[in-house]
Design a protein around this ligand. Sequence first.
Ligand code: AOF
Ligand code: ZN
Length: 356
Amino acid sequence: MSLALQLAEKGRFTTHPNPRVGCVLVKDDQVIGQGWHHQAGQPHAEINALADAKAQGNATEGATAYVTLEPCSHHGRTGPCCQALAKAKVVRVVAAMQDPNPQVAGKGLGYLQNQGIITTSGVQQAAARALNVGFLSRMEKGRPWIRLKLAMSLDGRTAMDNGQSKWITSAAARADVQRMRAEADAILTATGTLLADDPKLDVRDEGAFQLPELHRQPLRVIVDSKLQTPHQARIFESNGQVLIASAIKGEHPQAEVVQLPQQNSQRVDLIRLMDLLGQREINQIHVEAGPVLAASLLKAGLVDELVVYMAAKLMGNTARGLFDLPELQQMADAIDLQIQDIRAIGKDWRITATVL
Ligand code: AOF
Ligand code: ZN
């Protein structure tokens, strides 16, 4: 299963909107075939592993299949993997987890059992879930998994009072951010950030980060309540689509505009936006925005993971903080986080945390 998880990992940047899945076929204690899912529309991991065994001249009869996700039972873009495994006469299927996709959910394993195949589920489940946080969030909650990326000085500042913020972190941290953008299906920002920094918010080779093969530009989503995104903004320069979420009705020459006003306010309803993105098969969102959108997402319970790069700089008391949360007055109001990981990235530190 560890090998199957490593194979699944190879699809990290390319399987969208499908999950990342790996499969290993074992017979007489030997690996006889390996495969992973590369891209939606292409064969699933199991089919690739069976083809690999065949290409090597290995008979699959009597083999055990280790799969990081329950084999599918539906006719989607491709045929059902559970049937292919049964046809290949495997005798045992070990899955890391059930597929939460309602089209499959238990039916794949059920089919295999009916064919007399021994099944096990739940082996290395935590690792398998971690690999597909986005797909699981969309299937289980109907909305994408959201990661908020921030950069700050040692004294917790994210921009000078005049708005300057280039650059707080080093080139190594910026290359790390490219990798995170690349694994997301969509990048979310706000007009304030476009007006202040005019970022491209695309995925590109940067430093040690090289664009993965088969990669496509993520959808860029702009929260733009008053429809102020400039027609010439650099976000429109790269390939890939841009979606503007606005509180007012209107059009934009460079992007699709959806009107999603919050009740009794001039702002965009972020929960409805996430539901819409879930319907559009967006699994994972990467947010790069300023303190206003960061705070709104946090308050709406829409931050699944916070990634903060901390640079060894002091920016002083007139510089701006990470979250615009003026309503926090008492220590009792403080928002508690749980740190999941801290590591050095070049000269900077990267802190990964979740909201408690
Ligand atoms: C598997 N093995 O490698 C993957 C699975 O549209 P399709 O035909 O590609 O089906 C996509 C669905 O199949 C996806 O939503 C998920 O439930 C499952 N993905 N299943 O047996 C795989 N990628
Ligand atoms: Zn399948």
